[in-house]
Design a protein around this ligand. Sequence first.
Ligand code: KMT
Ligand code: NI
Length: 233
Amino acid sequence: MALPNLSKEMLLMNTSCQVVDEGWPEAWYMVEDDKVESQKHENRLTPNQPVNVKDMRALGLNYWKMDAENYKYPVKSIPWDPQEATDPRLKALRDDRGYSYADVLTIHPDFLPGFDGLVKNFFTEHIHDAEEIRYILGGSGFFDVRDPNDKWVRVHVKKGDLMTLPEGIYHRFTCDDTNFIHAMRLFIGVPCWTPINRFSTDTDNHPSRKKYVCLYCMPQELLDAEEKEEEKC
Ligand code: KMT
Ligand code: NI
């Protein structure tokens, strides 16, 4: 299998510094869905089964620690021009990765009409045909992502976390018990927020899903064997 474009990845790491493991959000395996009493609770296994940074990277997640303390953003702005960014780190990410669109939302019963319905919708399992990029400006919430064995990994994002989920990963979002998250959504090009729900369409055969499976769900033995083959050539 062809190696990812390493030189580009290295450049991204140098300019926007996604190099350290410290500061990544906490993550853990969730209880089965039929044991979930409230989507907003932590829903950890007993005993807790943590998911470390290496495992999160292997799922295709990327993470940057941002300064959400010293740079201020509106409560709501749809859209928000990423050219207005003053944080040098956000500017570097924007320019390196081509984030040309952004908006800012506050998800809280007082700020978002139809809060309950929207939070329920966010929690419907889906994919997108592009990367999902979220910068948490305040508050906290849970992104749940499926691992290659179809188990839910719960990632607790909070103020200052900028996380990307790769195209085609099965996921969902919910507020936690605080019922408050202030977030920036970024996008390359013209945004399309319509989710492709897992169980309402033939999502397993969607090209974005197939791409994800090919990149992140291949058994390690297969990848190792292919690497050995390439070394021979
Ligand atoms: C999503 O993808 O479910 C959302 O955009 C939720 C708001 S961002 C924290
Ligand atoms: Ni999504």
